[in-house]
Design a protein around this ligand. Structure first.
Ligand code: SAM
Length: 239
């Protein structure tokens, strides 16, 4: 997969692209990341990329011309362009999965007061990473890159992502590691039993209970599998 980032601040990505799973995936050639400096497309000596908003108000708005010329310089028939925006569709694991199948992603980052609204017509989608305002789209684009790159085949073991939070609309069951007894705080005994069927059952139940408790919104719209229904019934009958 190729990822092109359109930004005024490419230096923000340096460590991110060299570190951990993302660094290794890029090193192995699973993802190729390139940057386009939007300022390079601004005319004149001052290279202004922004201007004051029509109608008045504070801050500066990024202009159509440098942004759209930068976009046109990299767009092809295979590209899919996402504009980072607090007014975008809320980003999700399902969207990350969908994007991980694309050949070429273009991530367009706004800054200052944002971008001229006419730019919206030139992208495939506006994406928000949450209900808060960032200084720029750079962190949002890193969130998208991280969540997409780790899903690429060969990035991490396929099975590692299968049961993760949000993959099946639920949160993941709690995980524990050594020691089994940390200052008197014990790991649930079932996990030490070696009984894989029982461990699986416990994990499914914990995943359901955790989601119900901390994310009732997700739980309410969850479509229960036959296995989940069976486990819930079994433990309800025991209570
Ligand atoms: N004036 C804009 C508003 O009120 O909606 C906010 C602009 S923000 C300071 C600058 C840029 O950061 C945006 O153009 C966008 O690219 C990015 N950004 C800020 N919050 C974001 C979010 N929650 N998700 C995605 N991108 C965001």
């Amino acid at each position: 997969m190729k990822i092109t980032v359109l930004t005024l601040f490419p230096e923000m990505y340096e460590n991110f692209l060299k570190t951990s799973i993302i660094g290794r995936s890029i090193e192995r050639g699973l993802a190729e990341v390139e940057f386009v400096q939007i300022r390079d497309f601004a005319p004149g000596n001052y290279k202004h990329v922004d201007d004051t908003p029509f109608g008045g108000g504070s801050g500066m708005v990024m202009k159509c011309q440098p942004v759209l010329d930068a976009l046109d310089s990299v767009k092809t028939e295979d590209s899919y362009t996402l504009l980072m925006s607090p007014a975008g569709t809320p980003y999700s694991q399902a969207k990350a999965r969908e994007l991980s199948k694309k050949d070429h992603l273009i991530l367009l980052c706004g800054h200052y007061e944002g971008l001229d609204a006419r730019i919206n017509k030139h992208v495939d989608e506006l994406v928000s990473i949450g209900d808060y305002v960032l200084t720029g789209g750079e962190l949002a684009s890193m969130v998208i890159m991280d969540s997409v790159i780790r899903l690429l085949k060969g990035s991490i073991r396929d099975t590692s992502t299968d049961e993760e939070s949000h993959e099946n609309g639920l949160l993941e069951y709690p995980q524990y590691t050594h020691p089994a007894d940390y200052k008197g705080d014990l790991v649930p005994e079932i996990l030490l039993s070696g009984n894989h069927a029982k461990i699986r059952e416990w994990r499914v139940l914990q995943s359901l209970r955790l989601t119900e408790k901390v994310r009732p919104d997700l739980y309410a719209k969850h479509e229960f599998t036959e296995e989940e229904k069976k486990i819930l019934k079994k433990f309800k009958d025991c209570e």
